[in-house]
Design a protein around this ligand. Structure first.
Ligand code: SF4
Length: 374
């Protein structure tokens, strides 16, 4: 990135220093599970004067994913993304409406065929030829097929677009499915969540811009940098799980103390997502459902969110190590560093915690009022 490039981005971002800008690029590299040595490449892609067109379509959904993106307040990052891309069409943000907006949509599609990024928010109804979601005289399923086949990359944002989400809940009267089931292309990137973390979208787009290819994906077409680990592994309440301290009812002593929410139906042990590390909305540390006292309901996991009742306890299939937090039982000055304590938790605590949970379940203690397992 030369000085001219930086001055251009500095003007857009309202005076951010070069050092801070490179820090943002390094953070983005870390978010994508890449070495920070790729930060200059990311900086170069971000400061490139050519802005790739993005077309954003809405299907059967609530627009919560768009709202989530608009709430991204990481220093200047939302400015960065909106200055870095050309948001040619977004049904709920576009100033234009009616025929003019539709003309702008199809003009961008024809001029940028094979180059634009299509973001789809919402499920696609298929029943009765898709009549249950009809925009500008077209059934949504037909629009997704027509525009999706011309896109350079397709991103299904939110659980509804990823696999149907809330729109496809039993009995799914409109026959909603995810974008993956409609498009012929094999690689539709799925970013499930209700809403998804906006930084996962930003990081996916930046990866595509920087390396001209999509990030590594798992079996569900989710980027592994964001969906590669269980929420339970990095949860801030994990030391309580490992030490057998649980909330049993909303508002009880354990809940007020910030204990583990497993018995309130937390789906963190079966949900792959980075909510516990990336959190939401930049409202401060702990700003995510578990952080504010609500059990994870598995919105990012197909077959869990919107399917398994909230108060059903999850199986702990793998006694995975806690990766990010020292056990709360370790007192200051005991001689164990945070790192070694975290390793201890990983090696021993997880197994103990899971063992305690299973012992309690087998012993029928689930409905007991004790907050701490003996
Ligand atoms: Fe966190 Fe839920 Fe796991 Fe408890 S069960 S440690 S609240 S993810």
């Amino acid at each position: 990135m030369n000085q001219n490039d930086f001055e251009r981005i500095q003007e857009r971002l309202g005076g951010v220093s070069r050092r801070d800008f490179m820090k943002i690029c390094s953070s983005l590299a870390a978010t994508m599970a890449l070495s920070t040595t790729v930060a200059p490449e990311i900086a170069s892609a971000i400061t490139s004067p050519s802005r790739p067109p993005v077309i954003w379509l809405h299907g059967s959904e609530c627009t919560g994913c768009s709202m989530s993106l608009l709430r991204a307040e990481h220093p200047s990052l939302e400015k960065l993304i909106f200055d870095m891309i050309s948001m040619d069409f977004h049904e709920t943000l576009s100033a234009g409406a009616g025929h003019q907006a539709e003309e702008a949509l199809y003009k961008s599609v024809s001029e940028n065929a094979g180059k634009f990024i299509l973001v789809v928010e919402g499920a696609v109804p298929l029943k009765n030829d898709g009549i249950f979601c009809r925009i500008a005289g077209h059934n949504f399923v037909d629009t997704v097929k027509e525009i999706g086949d011309k896109a350079g990359a397709v991103i299904a944002i939110g659980s509804c677009a990823a696999w149907g989400g809330v729109a496809a809940m039993d009995p799914n009267p409109t026959g909603c499915v995810g974008v993956n089931e409609v498009l012929s292309r094999t690689q539709v990137v799925s970013l499930p969540g209700c809403p998804p973390n906006p930084y996962n979208l930003l990081s996916t787009i930046i990866h595509y811009l920087t390396f001209k290819k999509l990030p590594a994906l798992d079996d569900e077409n989710r980027p592994t940098f964001a969906y590669g680990r269980l929420i339970h592994e990095h949860c801030e309440r994990r030391p309580h799980f490992d030490n057998g301290r649980f909330a049993r009812k909303f508002g009880d002593d354990g809940h007020r103390q910030g204990y583990c929410l497993y018995y309130l139906g937390c789906k963190g042990p079966v949900t792959y997502a980075n909510c516990s590390t990336s959190q939401f909305g930049d409202a401060g540390s702990g700003c995510w459902p578990v952080g504010i006292g609500h059990p994870c309901f598995g919105c990012a996991e197909k077959g869990v969110g919107f399917n398994v009742p909230q108060f059903t306890t999850s199986p702990v299939l793998h006694a995975t190590p806690a990766a990010g937090h020292a056990p709360i039982s370790v007192e200051r000055g005991e001689g164990a560093s945070a790192g070694s304590a975290a390793l201890m938790a990983g090696a021993v605590g997880a197994a103990i915690g899971a063992g305690v949970v299973f012992t309690a379940k087998l012993g029928g203690k689930e409905s007991g009022n004790e907050n701490k397992e003996a």
